[in-house]
Design a protein around this ligand. Structure first.
Ligand SMILES: *Cc1c(COP(=O)(O)O)cnc(C)c1O
Length: 383
């Protein structure tokens, strides 16, 4: 990777393929993956990830907003792309132009989309207890109204679990969803494709009746917290590493300050390296004081405040460190590893946030094992 300049993300596409196969093996027959590639594929880079998934036979995706869907289409991504969030009915022409599927967030949204006057592909969102988006599962009549909108081609209906690591509440939400589908069938509706699950529910409460699983974090090889990783012991493999270049190394004498502010003063002679990545790239400022990077397989603690484009590390214990070396912020170096879990724990958040905040300035590069045959066989494994 020596050709990379400043700071970059490496995507291990073999690990992505491993996770996709593993998740597919956990889904019931007739249930396909609909990966969540919103927020730039949780920071990984949505176009690279979507193209790779297309090549693995994945033909349905979900994103948060219209612009994300348009970007994927403009980059040649194929298959169904479902927008999970609200889209202003005035933007309906863009849905058609880019062949995107819109979520209907309630019956009023449905009427407004219908009023545009041309056919739109939609999935109906049903609220079964999260109270975020969706028409209430109790409003069978309103949902029937949506099905009867003449310009809405209802291709799917779904709900979202809000306590997917709580099997009891998930069971309640599942019952509500299928109570609604039974009523709709009784009213003569032939059901569209159904989906309820995200990563955690695939692990905890299998829904055998659905056609899609909207999997995000697990497909990227992680769960949200280190505790969950212990609890679920899934052989997932992280896809992403974050790396940056050592720009300069210099000696600092005792009593001298390092970086912005009075945070850090050298107690003894030390060597300090400037690493070309900062908070504008998504490295949390709160990592200062507790975090580290890996250089030549050794830990170099972060010293002083994290800057916008750089951070400073103590390389006194790594005499071999040189300008131009690679510093690993997330990933492996020799026998050492820093995971997204480590950073999430140190900064009191979840891996989802750590990943999705990784900045657009970071270049994304795909890496694979040298001799891996290009796999077109995945379609057959799709069940
Ligand atoms: C983000 C999102 C998902 C994916 O969630 P994970 O927990 O990352 O698997 C699924 N469904 C909806 C509605 C989402 O917003």
């Amino acid at each position: 990777m020596s050709k990379m300049n400043r700071a970059w993300i490496e995507l291990d596409m073999d690990n992505l393929e491993h996770n996709v196969s593993l998740l597919r093996s956990m889904l019931p027959p007739d249930c396909a993956l609909m990966p969540a590639i919103k927020a730039n594929a949780y920071g990984h880079g949505s176009v690279l990830i979507a193209r790779e998934l297309n090549a693995m036979g994945v033909d349905a995706f979900c994103v948060a907003e219209l612009r994300e869907g348009i970007e994927l289409r403009q980059s040649g991504v194929e298959g169904e792309i479902l927008i999970l969030g609200y889209t202003d009915p005035e933007k309906a022409p863009l849905l058609v132009r880019y062949h995107l599927t819109q979520t209907v967030v309630d019956s009023q949204h449905a009427r407004a989309l219908d009023a545009w006057g041309q056919e739109l592909q939609v999935h109906i969102k049903v609220d079964t207890g999260m109270h975020r988006l969706g028409e209430s599962w109790q409003h069978t009549d309103k949902i029937l109204e949506i099905f009867r909108c003449k310009n809405l081609v209802v291709e799917g209906m779904y709900t979202h679990f809000c306590a997917a690591d709580d099997p009891e509440y998930t069971r309640l939400q599942t019952e509500r969803f299928y109570c609604l589908t039974a009523k709709l069938e009784a009213a003569g509706i032939s059901l569209p494709r159904l989906h309820t699950q995200s990563s955690y529910s695939v692990l905890t409460a299998r829904d055998t009746r659905c056609n899609y699983a909207r999997v995000g974090i697990a497909m990227y090889g992680l769960l949200s917290t280190a505790r969950d990783r212990e609890r679920f012991t899934m052989p997932l493999r992280p896809v992403l590493s974050v790396k940056a270049r050592v720009e300069l190394i210099r000696p600092v004498g005792p009593g001298e300050a390092v970086g912005y502010g009075p945070e850090f003063t050298a107690k003894a002679p030390m060597r300090v390296a400037a690493v070309a990545i900062g908070y504008a790239d998504g490295i949390p400022r709160s990592l200062a004081g507790s975090g580290a990077v890996l250089i030549n397989g050794k830990r170099a603690p972060i010293v002083g405040r994290i800057c916008m484009d750089q951070l400073l590390v103590d390389v006194t214990g790594i005499p071999g460190a040189r300008q131009g070396d690679v510093a690993v912020i997330i990933g492996k170096s020799g026998d050492c590893e820093i995971t997204a879990y480590d950073i999430a724990t140190l900064t009191d958040t979840i891996t989802n946030e750590v990943l999705s905040r990784l900045g657009s300035r970071l270049e994304r590069v795909a890496v694979r094992a040298e001799h891996r045959p290009v796999s077109f066989g995945m379609l057959q494994h799709k069940q």
